[in-house]
Design a protein around this ligand. Structure first.
Ligand code: MRU
Length: 351
């Protein structure tokens, strides 16, 4: 990808002279509003409320947020500084449970804290590590997009779910990155985007991003996917991931599992696109993944307006786990992992 085009990408989160700038994704596409903050608690809040969202972008926000929090610690003795750091770390770890990028970024920031250094030096190193995490995620999503584009043929119609472009990655994108890269290779691609109830990441964000990139997109309600897959209208499905287990089981936005089963049933390839940072090498299967439960109101209201009888309680799991048997391949920045995933993914842990 050309440097010029990289700099044109939408930036959901940035570090700017001791402040964090967040593009408020809950306001898109109506308004492009940036939050500029020197308070790490606002970054925690932005992650919880999905102002910044998508696994890699959540990782980058966590790293910058921790660095920001540490800048604000006034303690001059190292023990008090470390206690302050631990409290900040814990607040980020409690923000959202499923995307492993958050926990990996937090672990890297913890490792980067070298208590033998002066406090000012420690702060500088933490900022540097957060910037490294950001640029590594950016490079990884660019790489995986180029690798994945090889799977896309000219004229393909691709079904995707949720939102996986620059907004979700603070980089090039995962599933949408693959689609962008295919387009840049001169292939004609058409995208079918699901709405992605209840928070409508597909309807609000994916259509917006694809239109910005001049890629033809049509929006469907989530429940239309089955009939399109059955009627031969889709050449492949590509989605992102929030956490991938060692055996390839993959957590992603709620509804992904249904799409995978439908794709499998209709012999349509089903691809996951994710950087290696989204693989959790500490868990053997998807059964160990914690799926976030979000507020009932996200389902019973739209734009703050109640759409159900007032007392109805909703179930609102934000993610589901797709068993590896329904996944054709996992596109990463190192290689395209094929079955058996235990071997191909296991190999990535050694590289
Ligand atoms: O709840 P969200 O919007 O953070 O969920 C995001 C997703 O599920 C994405 O598909 C996933 O993070 C892939 S990232 C590019």
């Amino acid at each position: 990808m050309e440097e010029q085009q990289q700099s044109d990408l939408i930036k959901p989160i940035e570090w700017l002279e001791g402040k964090v700038i967040i593009l408020d994704q809950t306001r898109l596409p109506e308004s492009v509003v940036f939050i500029e903050t020197a308070d790490y608690r606002e970054v925690v809040e932005a992650i919880k409320t999905l102002r910044v969202r998508g696994a890699p972008a959540i990782g980058v926000a966590t790293a910058y947020g921790i660095a920001l929090g540490c800048l604000g610690i006034s303690a001059s003795d190292k023990q008090s500084f470390k206690s302050g750091f631990d409290e900040i770390l814990d607040e980020f770890k409690r923000a959202r449970p499923t995307a492993v990028n958050l926990f990996k970024a937090a672990a890297r920031m913890e490792k980067a804290l070298n208590i033998d250094n002066d406090i000012e030096e420690i702060k500088e190193e933490l900022i540097l590590e957060a910037k490294n995490i950001h640029s590594e995620e950016n490079a990884a999503t660019t790489k995986l997009s180029l690798l994945g584009a090889e799977l896309i043929k000219d004229g393909f119609t691709i079904l995707t779910h949720c939102n996986t472009g620059p907004l979700a990655t603070a980089g090039y994108g995962t599933a949408l990155g693959v689609i962008y890269a295919a387009k840049e290779q001169g292939k004609n691609v058409n995208v079918i985007a699901t709405e992605t109830r209840p928070l409508l990441q597909g309807a609000r964000l994916t259509t917006w991003e694809l239109m910005t990139m001049n890629i033809p997109v049509r929006l469907i309600v989530d429940s239309a996917a089955g009939s399109l897959l059955h009627n031969g209208k889709i050449d492949c499905v590509i989605v992102g991931a929030d956490r991938i287990a060692e055996n390839g089981d993959t957590a992603n936005k709620i509804g992904t599992y249904s799409l995978a089963v439908l794709a499998h049933e209709n012999n349509v390839p089903f691809y996951i696109a994710a950087p290696v940072s989204t693989i959790d090498f500490n868990i053997k299967t998807g059964k160990q993944i914690i799926v976030e439960e979000r507020a009932s109101e996200e389902v019973t209201t739209i734009d703050g307006k109640q759409i159900t009888p007032t007392d109805v309680k909703a179930l609102n799991p934000a993610f589901d786990v797709t068993p590896n048997k329904h996944i054709t391949a996992i596109i990463t920045d190192k290689c395209i992992c094929k079955k058996p995933f235990k071997e191909s993914i296991g190999g990535l842990n050694k590289t």
